[in-house]
Design a protein around this ligand. Structure first.
Ligand code: TXA
Ligand code: MG
Length: 352
């Protein structure tokens, strides 16, 4: 795609949101254009979810296969009921419970699709993924547009998801009509996704809202370890599946010898530019040229909020060989590791 579109940038002040910016941003979506906007999880690349042409533009801009469905964002429950089918009452009842507890917020529900949403938006599926974001600017824009907004993460397919407006500018400046800059995304990992069309409900992607939070609200067990369409992986056998991936070769290292094992490998790669991703407490232990302190091991939320920005920094710094500590043991560590393992293309070294 050529770099020929004039991209408007709207810088938002959360405490004093400029009404005219919201109006102009919303009109981009209403007119069939593409608008990147902040949510509490990551920045989204938004377009009219009811318009097959807008969906096609989103897939093209991201370089995403058009059978990988988009998430539909709503600003209130009235809009939610327009997006989903009313036929499956049982699933809808579960959805209402979860919406009551977690919306607006970082939880995406998969339900039977309503007629308003074209198959192009849902990658040809009869189900639709829907969520109500809590970020104020996001909700005001959707509300002003008056239409549900389809928005995948605003990154070129395969790159780390964007948690800063600068990341979106890197990938899409000159290729979409607008970018709303609302500072860093506070959560920093994509929403938890739960499929309510299966019984028991199945978590397809981990996130800030965890299995036990959901089970408490539903009063029933749910399964974990299911897959989104995207995570079912490459259709062609033999293709190595990498996502959120930096250009550097990334290896995750775990085990009690983690620190010395990382230092050994850094030494072996001394003719290359190396980087180590670690918790603040360990930042002084490594002999690598570049150290990426991702946050304290006592504050998993901090690691969650920083991880994608760190993965992008590896590229900016032209790192060739990178190592990351294993963050499974920190709070929300499972959700972080779900992404990090993909970024590493599955390369994990368990050195005990
Ligand atoms: O936090 C988020 O969810 C962010 C912000 C922008 O809201 N959005 C996001 O969208 O992460 P995206 O497109 O990058 O990820 C959506 C995931 C994909 O893995 C897709 O395959 C899956 O959701 N998905 C969407 N609809 C689905 C469906 N009907 N069935 C199964 N998986 C679905
Ligand atoms: Mg994504």
């Amino acid at each position: 795609m050529s770099n020929s579109i004039a991209t408007r940038i709207f810088v938002i002040d959360e405490d004093n949101i400029d009404e005219s910016y919201i109006r102009e941003a919303a009109s981009i979506i209403k007119e069939g254009g593409l608008l990147a906007f902040p949510t509490e999880t990551v920045y989204g690349l938004g377009g009219d979810a009811t318009d097959a042409t807008a969906a096609a533009r989103i897939y093209a801009a991201k370089g995403r296969p058009s059978d990988n469905p988009l998430i539909v964002h709503v600003s209130d429950m009235d809009m939610f009921y327009k997006v989903v089918s009313k036929r499956d009452e049982e699933s809808l009842a579960l959805a209402e419970k979860l919406a009551g507890a977690f919306w607006p917020g970082p939880l995406t529900l998969i339900l039977e699709k309503g007629d308003l949403i074209p198959g192009q938006t849902t990658g040809g599926l009869d189900t639709v993924a829907v969520r109500m974001p809590s970020r104020r600017a996001a909700r005001l824009i959707i509300e002003k547009a008056g239409i549900p907004v389809a928005a995948p993460s605003a990154n070129i397919s395969g790159r780390p998801s964007p948690t800063r407006a600068a990341h979106v500018i890197e990938d899409f400046y000159g290729r979409i009509e607008g970018i709303v800059d609302d500072g860093p995304s506070p959560i920093g990992l994509e929403s938890t996704i739960i499929d309510l069309t299966v019984s028991p409900p199945a978590i397809l992607r981990k996130g800030f809202i965890e299995k036990q939070d959901i089970e408490k609200v539903l009063g029933m067990p749910v399964t974990e370890g299911g897959n989104t369409v995207e995570n079912k992986g490459p259709k062609a056998p033999g293709m190595k599946y990498r996502h959120y991936a930096p250009k550097a070769s990334l290896t995750i290292v775990s085990g009690i010898r983690m620190t010395s094992a990382i230092n050994e490998m850094v030494r072996k790669n001394k003719d290359k530019k190396t980087g180590v991703i670690c918790v603040s407490e360990n930042a002084d232990l490594y002999a690598s040229e570049k150290i990426y302190d991702v946050g304290s091991r006592d504050r998993g939320e901090e690691i969650m909020a920083n991880i994608y920005a760190v993965l992008r920094s590896l590229d900016e710094d032209n790192i060739e060989v990178a190592f990351s500590e294993d963050f499974s043991e920190v709070s929300h560590g499972d959700a972080v590791m779900e992404r990090l393992i993909k970024a590493a293309g599955g390369k994990i070294l368990r050195d005990n």
